[in-house]
Each structure stands twice: as C-alpha cells, then as structure tokens.
Design a protein around this ligand. Structure first.
Ligand code: 28G
Length: 633
C-alpha cells in the first residue's frame, strides 16, 4: 500500500474514501432522503446518464429491470463509459466516474447540465449508497467490468469478453443499511420512465418488473404531442389537432404541445432539461403571457368579445392540457424545492416563439381557433358569475370562520398547531367520533352522503353545495386565489371514511376538492387519511385489530380455536372507544399522509377517478388497486 499522500494515487485514494464517507454519513444531503423518494432517485440518477448519452445522439434504447431482490439493472446502447486509464490517477475513467464525487461535472462538457433539484449528483453517489454495484461497458470490441461494494472497488477493471456492440450496463442493489425500505414501486418508476420517453422523442425505454412479470415499453416518435394525447386519453378534447411546435433560439430549445378539453381543470406541466418544474419559472411565465395575448388578439379580431370583456390567463387555460419542455444550457433553479427556473432570458425566448407559432397556428386552423377561443370566453363569463356568487356567499358570511357550520363539533383549544379536524363519513360515525374524541384538540365534522364532484363542475356550483361550504368554513383558509395557509384552523385534517368502495369514493371526492381548490394543504402535508380496521380478532383477554382479510386469516390460524372475529362493515359499527383506539388516539391510531409530489401522476389519478368516463376508471382501479392505496396515503 503506497503511503497515502505520497503520490497522486494515494492522494486520490484518500479523496475517494473521504467522499464515500461523506455520502454514506449524510445520504440525505446528496439524494434528498433515505425514504422512498431517495430510493427511486438512485434509478433516476443512473437513467439520467443514459438520457445524456441519448441527448448527445448516441443512445436510442434504455432498458430498466427491477429484479426479485430489488436490485435494478439499467442498460443503454450508447458509446459505453470510457475505460482508458487516467495518466495521473492510474485508474480507468470508469472507476473515476464510479468512485470520485462529482467527477462527472469536472471533466464533462454536457450539452445540457442538469444541476436542478437533486438531479446530477453523479453516479458515484449511487455507487456509495448501494450494497453492490456492477458496471459493464461494451466498447471498442471488448466487454469490461468492474464491481463495487458500498462504493469501494472489489478489484480492478477487467476485460471479460469481446463484442461488436457498444453500451453501458449498471446493476445495483440499494444498501439496506442506508434506506428505510428498498422496495421499488412500479408505478413510481413507470410514471417517470414514460415521462422521459415522451420528453425525449424517439427514445425507447423498457421497464421490466421481474417480481411479477410486468413489462411496459415507452416510445414516442411524436414526443410531447403524444404526451398530451396520453394525458387526454380519458378526456374529450374540443379540437382534434394538437397545437405544437419545437424550435430553438439562442441555444434554448422550446418544445410545446397544447390541447383543450371540455373539462374545467388546467393540466399544464413544465419541464426544464427533463426535470419537472413544479414551481414554474420564467419559461412558464413566457408561455402564459404569450398564450393570453394571442388568444385575446384573436378573440378581438374575430368578434368573440362583448364590450369590455378581456380574457384572463386562467380563462385561456381552462380545460387546457399542455406540456412545455425546454432545454437550457445553464439552468438556474430556485424555490423551495429547487424546481422553479430563474433564468430571465428564457422568458422572452419562450414568449416570442409561442407568440409566433401560436398566431400562425390560429390563422391556419380558424375552426379550431374559434372553438378554443369561444371556450375561453365561456370561462370568462363563468368567472364573472362565480365572482358574483362568491360575493353573495361572502355577504352572507358563509365562508368566514366566524360563521362556523352548525354540525362542526369544534375543539376547545384555539391553537391551530395542536388542533386536528376529523372529517367523518356519516352521522352515526360522526356521533361515535364526537363521544370518543379528546375534545380539547380534536374537532369533528360529519359529512352527510356524498359531496359534489368538483371535477365535473365549476366553482360557482361547488360554492352552493352545503357540505363544501361547511368544509371551507371549518378549515378557515378559504379557497383558490384567496387561499391563505395562515388562517388554517387545524394542523391536521384527517379524512375518516369507511374501508369500503363508497368510503374510498368519498375520500377521493374530498381529495379532489382539496387538490383543485386548496392544493397547498396537500403540498404542505396537512391532509391525512385514517385507516380503520376491517376486523377485531379476540381470544380470551387478548385482542387485535386487523386491516386485511389475509391478516385476519393468519391471526385466526395462529391463535387457534375459540377466537371470535368482529367485522366492522363501516366506521358506524365501531363504538366510541374502538374508534378512539384505532383512528383517533395519537398513541395507537394508524394514519397515512397524503403526498403528491408526482403531479403528473396525481392529476392523472384524479382525472381518471373523478372524470366522466367510467370504463377507464374501472380499469384503472382494477389494474392499480394497490397503487391507488399507496398513492392515497
Ligand atoms: C446504463 C446505465 C447508465 C453512459 C456514457 C458515454 C460516455 C461517457 C457515459 O463519458 C465522460 C466524456 C469524454 C471522458 C462519452 C463515451 C464520450 C465518448 C462517452 C450510462 C469522460 C463520460 N464515449 N454512457 N459517459 N467522458 N451511460 N448509463 O451511464 O471524456 S455514461
């Protein structure tokens, strides 16, 4: 062993080990978390490298495989990571990429740097956080391989065969010492792989799950146009054609596709260098400004506007499904989650290109343009009607928390940080919850029957619905533009519905309402789902609540004869004490937090669950029954 520090090799070794230690000691600093997000991020990080190779024009197929032991293999048909020896460090380029922190950034001249969010931390970070990683490179006629254990090479790079193909294959198993759980979720990975295929036209991505023999291939020659078509597959578009263009100005590539539907939601997603810019940014602002201007100009010139009326941005985007994907050489990401583009020059570029292409498209497709603009005019009329309805409601004081709904059993504390609101399905469960609760900090709002499906109606109608009014008043934040988290009256809002089909429908209706009109509640982690048990199994003095059929059968078998099984058909069948124990007592209750970081996935889900078409909904629920659960909690 050479004296560390004596030569470049020794110095480099120390640097590598220090880097490795740093990553393993504080993994969250590099991949965001050691939970499910961080885990999936390992795959994204590796796939990003294949995508870079595709963007460089050398790779057109990526295969991702989840193996039975939760190891994952990613394979591409690019040029293969270089393997030549670095003269100074006496090791291969492959080894440097795999073991030196940020090696990528230093000597890489990527066309599009991915420095946003957590992306682009480098393969070495993944290597350090895996139990074992195997890299196989095919290039210049040979196959090379090297393996690493928790980031440390098991041996030197070896030539293991010959080939006439080129590419890179990386297999790894996440380190269970680092991650809370190493189970990969097919829906999470497939959503991202599909998105990547749509964002990088022509690229073929295959995702295989060997745990249950699932396989999906994503390949879109039409790019974002097909993305929009896919997002709208369960909607009714008002025009057959999709508005689309792709162009580049001052090194910035802009790729846009738009299609309006007869629904009421905006479903526009923006991306920078393949990263979903959840918080928007200059590119989105440029697009929105141009869209509003072009539509107003067209409406004006073609006599669609009465009197003083102008179309606001939201009018123009009602029912719009769109993808804006830009590629920026040196992106500046800002915002809480580093998903807002800050580069000021991008605004003008997107605005001028959108302006130019959209105006042209409207001229060439007058029928479609008329339909699109008339739709926006209707939205503007409805907006004005909704404003009047809201003012009326406000005059009556219906949305103010000074006018709390009669059926709310409020808690006594006035400290929102300590308060919890249980939204309970049905009066009978509401009664039990009122008896069982800790009235000091727990409030109960019983809801009767089903609330209005807000996905199918505009806000003016929603506001006339009693259950919705009660909900808004009790929560205190108001809705939409007037939403203010400061006025939130409860830190935790807990949806407590029956563990059956109706219960899950009501839960989804409530979630849809929150998603559409009080989104920050979900984004800031204030919404929870109570998980009531299905059975209570008892033998003598011992008893246990169980949450599935399987679990019940197992327990009955394990405990043997003389067990009694109580089945809860709904919350209403639990007595106050049982309800307290299972759903309300902070010491014993089981909850799921509603999280929706994947907004494409979330919009999609709400759309399918609450939209007009019944068949896709049924199919979706059947196909993804367990994932709907996972997504909900
Ligand atoms: C399968 C899982 C993940 C990759 C490549 C290809 C090259 C490369 C990767 O270069 C940086 C830049 C040039 C030395 C580049 C091959 C140029 C020529 C590449 C991947 C350092 C690394 N030939 N494919 N990196 N080079 N696929 N897939 O990681 O100077 S990473």
């Amino acid at each position: 062993m050479p004296d560390p520090g004596e030569n470049e090799y020794g110095a480099a070794s120390i640097q590598v080990l220090e880097g490795l230690q740093a990553v393993r000691k504080r993994p969250g600093m590099y991949i965001g978390s050691t939970g499910s997000r961080g885990l999936h991020h390992l795959v994204y990080e590796i796939v990003d490298n294949s995508i870079d190779e595709a963007l460089a024009g050398y790779c057109d197929e990526i295969q991702v495989t989840i193996h039975k032991d939760n190891s994952v293999t990613v394979q591409d048909d690019g040029r293969g990571i270089p393997v030549d020896e670095h003269p100074k460090y006496e090791r291969s380029a492959l080894e440097i990429v795999m073991t030196v922190l940020h090696a990528g950034g230093k000597f890489d001249e990527k066309v599009y740097q991915v420095s946003g969010g957590l992306h682009g931390v480098g393969v070495s970070v993944v290597c350090a956080l895996t139990e074992r990683l195997e890299a196989t490179v095919s290039r210049e006629g040979n196959i090379y391989a090297q393996s690493y254990e928790r980031g440390v090479p098991e041996g030197p790079i070896e030539e293991i065969g010959t080939t006439d193909e080129t590419g890179t294959k990386i297999s790894f198993r996440p380190d269970p010492e680092i991650f809370e759980d190493i189970d990969f979720d097919f829906l999470t990975l497939s959503t991202r792989m599909r998105e990547l295929a749509y964002l990088n036209r022509g690229l073929k991505i295959t995702l295989t799950d060997e745990r249950n023999d699932k396989q999906e291939t994503y390949h879109a020659e039409g790019g974002v146009v097909e993305f929009v078509g896919w997002l709208n597959r369960n909607n009714d578009p008002i025009t057959e054609e999709t508005v689309a263009f792709i162009d580049r100005q001052e090194g910035v590539e802009v790729d846009l596709a738009l299609q309006w539907t007869d629904g009421y939601n905006q479903n526009v997603h923006s991306f920078v260098n393949n990263i979903n810019t959840h918080e928007g940014g200059t590119h989105l602002t440029g697009f929105k400004t141009a869209l509003t201007r072009v539509m107003n100009r067209y409406a004006e010139e073609n006599g669609h506007l009465d009197g003083e009326m102008t179309l606001k941005g939201d009018d123009c985007r009602e029912g719009l499904t769109g993808i804006l994907s830009v590629k920026v050489p040196d992106p500046q990401f800002e915002g809480q989650t580093k998903t807002r583009l800050g580069n000021s020059e991008v605004k003008g570029i997107v605005q001028s290109l959108t302006n130019q292409y959209l105006s042209e498209w409207f001229l060439e497709h007058p029928k479609s343009a008329d339909a699109i603009v008339q739709r926006a005019v209707q939205a503007a009329q409805a907006r004005i009607a909704a404003k009047e309805a809201r003012e009326l409601t406000r005059r009556k004081g219906l949305l103010e928390s000074t006018n709390l709904p009669g059926k709310l059993a409020d808690c006594s504390t006035r400290d929102p940080a300590k308060s919890e609101l249980f939204i309970v399905e049905g009066d009978s469960a509401g009664g039990s919850a009122k008896q069982g609760r800790e009235r000091d900090y727990q409030a109960i709002l019983p809801l009767r029957g089903k609330i209005l499906n807000v996905q199918k109606s505009r806000l003016d109608r929603a506001l006339k619905n009693n259950e919705i009014q009660a909900l808004i008043t009790a929560i205190g934040t108001s809705i939409g533009d007037e939403f203010d988290l400061e006025n939130l009256r409860y830190d935790k809002i807990i949806l407590m519905t029956d563990a059956d089909v109706d219960g899950s429908h009501i839960r989804t209706l409530l979630l849809t309402f929150f998603w559409n009109h009080m989104r920050p509640l979900i984004e800031n982690g204030h919404v929870y789902i109570a998980m009531p048990p299905l059975y209570r199994v008892q033998k003598g003095t011992k008893s246990e609540y169980v949450y599935s059929e399987d679990q019940k059968d197992r327990l009955v078998e394990e405990w043997g004869g003389n067990t009694t099984v109580q089945r809860f058909k709904g919350l209403g069948e639990m007595n106050p004490e049982q309800l307290w124990e299972t759903c309300m007592d902070p010491e014993t209750r089981s909850f799921g937090l509603v999280r929706t970081e994947e907004t494409v996935q979330a919009d999609e889900l709400f759309n399918i669950l609450m939209g007009d078409k019944v068949t896709p909904r049924r199919e979706f629920i059947m196909d993804h029954a367990d994932e709907v659960e996972v997504l909900d909690v």
